[in-house]
Design a protein around this ligand. Sequence first.
Ligand SMILES: Nc1nc2c(c(=O)[nH]1)N[C@H]1C(S)=C(S)[C@@H](COP(=O)(O)OP(=O)(O)OC[C@H]3O[C@@H](n4cnc5c(=O)[nH]c(N)nc54)[C@H](O)[C@@H]3O)O[C@H]1N2
Ligand SMILES: Nc1nc2c(c(=O)[nH]1)N[C@H]1C(S)=C(S)[C@@H](COP(=O)(O)OP(=O)(O)OC[C@H]3O[C@@H](n4cnc5c(=O)[nH]c(N)nc54)[C@H](O)[C@@H]3O)O[C@H]1N2
Ligand SMILES: [Mo]
Length: 787
Amino acid sequence: MTTDDIRYHSSHWGTFSARHRNGTLEITPFAKDPDPSPVLDNIPAALNHPARLSKPLIRRGWLENGPGPDRRRGEDDFVEVEWDEALDLAAKELRRLGAGPDQRRDGPVAGAHVFGGSYGWASAGRFHHVQSQIHRFLNAVFGGYVGSVDSYSSAAGAVILELVWGNPLNHPPSWREIAEDTELLIAFGGLALRNHSSSPGGTSQHVARSTLEAAAARGCQFVSVSPLRDDFADLPEVTRLAPRPATDVALMLGMAWHLHASGRVDHDYLARYTRGYEHFEAYLTGKADGIAKTPEWAAEICDLPAGQIVDLAERAASKRTHITVAYSLQRSRYGEEPIWMALTLAAMLGQYPSRGAGFSYGLASIGNLGKPPLDVPLPVLPQGRNRVDDVIPVARIAELLLNPGEPYTYKGETRHYADIRLVYWAGGNPFHHHQDLEKLREGFTRPDTVIIHESVSTASTRYADIIFPATLSAEREDIGASSRDPFMVPMQQLAPPRHEARDDYAIFTELAARLDCKEPFTEGRTSREWLRHMYKPTRRALGQRGLPAPDFDEFMLGEPLELPVASAPGHMTRFHEDPDANPLDTPSGKLEIWSDIVASSGLPGHPAWIEPEEWLGGELTRIHRFQLVANQPRGRLHSQLDFGATSMSLKQDGRECARLNPQDAARMGIQDGDVIRLWNQRGATLAAARISDDLPPCVVQLSTGAWYAPRDLQGSGMTCVNGNPNILTSDIGASGLSQGCAGQLTLVSIARWDAPLPDAVPHEAMLQISRRRPREAAPGVTPSGDA
Ligand SMILES: Nc1nc2c(c(=O)[nH]1)N[C@H]1C(S)=C(S)[C@@H](COP(=O)(O)OP(=O)(O)OC[C@H]3O[C@@H](n4cnc5c(=O)[nH]c(N)nc54)[C@H](O)[C@@H]3O)O[C@H]1N2
Ligand SMILES: Nc1nc2c(c(=O)[nH]1)N[C@H]1C(S)=C(S)[C@@H](COP(=O)(O)OP(=O)(O)OC[C@H]3O[C@@H](n4cnc5c(=O)[nH]c(N)nc54)[C@H](O)[C@@H]3O)O[C@H]1N2
Ligand SMILES: [Mo]
């Protein structure tokens, strides 16, 4: 590549161009992006970072003793081996577990003992998207795998909405309506611009800021309901309410009671479009349980003045109001309830059929959701057929590994956990994303073998037996596109693969060949041939619409290509026009304020306030008095590129920072910059204190994403020295209905750390890697790196 050679690429947090200058990669955000994300600046450090994995690694205990459950997994060192040896050993193990061409016939499926749910965000790019790759591979060689459903992003919310509203993806919000028509936007969980930075598959235009500014200029008012001030942009006309975390349902019930008591409920709307309001009304008024959900009742729970609750209800009733709920509210115990209650509140207001009014889910969380859908198909890599009819709700991973055969409930059914012998993970970081990491550690001792593909030595690689070093997206070419983003990006290769890293596709191809399954996996195509093939449907559709439709080679050498968007009215609009002709995809075809399925799952059949175990109004505050908010990090996407410039600039000595309120800090003698210990019954973590008025007393915020580095510290027990909050969070399901991730909120204690301070563990020191001694080499294999 010459110094002036500018190339395009895409990431989940933005489209960009890049060129090499003076030995570094210089990144320029896409010119048509009005508000690029600072997270882009994490990319340059990644290419040559010492945390990059350079050769395949095998865990010593596995290499010496073979597969099997092993408590040393996570403690052991790793031996560097040559590619051929690693691939041979992996293929031999996959074969032992049943992989091979026989799995393509009918009959029992070996994949029933393979967990391939492999949750994670991977990278942008339609072909190298490694979740698609791993599923295709496991289908090809094992006939299938135990998968996962829902996501850590949205599980309780997705499950409840599917039952009472229809699939939320069919009812996307619209930035345009907010810019043009909304008069009052009430955002539960706020609408954090930092979160808008990322959308799965990539985003070429960050539009939240300009949309909110346009709405504000038109006179739209905003209410941000959130414990953090910076969960909403600094605009005029923002009312900020900070109820106790996890009490939004009570707040909404107080508003609903006021609407009821003041005759502001739109009964015509309820009769025409909804089902079961009478059950809810009996609960609201106390006819059912003797407790009227008055603003005063709500005020006690939320710790907000009742007058503010009444005022919010009045404002909502007198303006064209849009209620949006962030995903964060459902990543919580009984996380179904705030989502369902917000939908119910919007229905009671009855303005839903008006443009810009009504309800939306996730507008604050995934920026592309509010953009119009595309009018052409995008390139897709087919995943093949999974013959194993067994999935876990994604956040049950530790339970799955610990409790084979045990029952659990999901969506009103009882199911049983599979017996997993092989865990194969690529494109995710479970020791980032899961809760109660000490429990997950225990779970990972159980399988016979754990295989991971990674480009860097994340915490999860430490719990593997075989680690294959993968390329970064920047080291390969691909097509970047996402279903609601208007640009398709030629992802041009920015750098050659580092060390011996290989593309996931190349790794799977080599394994498939050793298992006599190469043809079904590759269909005879190279990566480039796949890209060319996958590009065809999009090109054809562009041509049919008379739009510019460059051929594949032209596209790959060109600039991001603008795609047409669909203008047909959304399903909710059609439903409101004629609910009988265009019913919702719910059991009754209506918006369900009462759901028989929910009622049969052990939860109330209508939205309700259910006291969680860990909240600031509960008993447990006698032991742990702070509410930890473990939200998404400002400076990176999850744990990805945590060593990058933006992410590192927000740390102190390589350690994550936690924010707390000045009153709390003063009482505990904590100064800005002191290291604090946060702990509870599950574990402890160290973080650097940042004292801030942006959050209320008794709330502490520590975002996710610091690389988990547990140390058994004297007097503190198992302690993450890097500041990962998931050693503290609980992995209990949101409820027996959804079993969703409830990791957002946890009760913790806090104190200044006065003992000798252990250093944070640098990213490149997560694994203990040994060069192999010559006598250890397998027969016929040349030992590596022992010169
Ligand atoms: N307490 C708490 N926990 C949470 C959350 C919370 O709010 N609170 N949020 C949850 C949410 S919403 C989510 S989505 C999850 C996110 O959890 P994850 O999606 O697991 O997190 P990432 O850090 O994005 O992990 C992606 C991994 O894939 C690797 N990778 C990227 N590209 C490639 C590739 O091409 N090939 C291979 N082989 N590997 C690749 C990266 O290096 C990285 O390690 O975390 C969840 N965890
Ligand atoms: N920069 C950046 N952006 C991201 C991501 C990232 O890792 N980094 N991750 C992306 C992903 S995968 C997802 S799923 C989305 C997630 O999107 P969200 O789930 O919406 O994001 P969070 O930051 O976890 O939470 C948003 C805010 O909700 C508030 N909150 C927490 N609990 C409560 C509560 O009980 N009541 C109220 N009213 N507010 C509460 C917190 O103050 C928090 O800052 O973000 C995406 N965007
Ligand atoms: Mo997410």
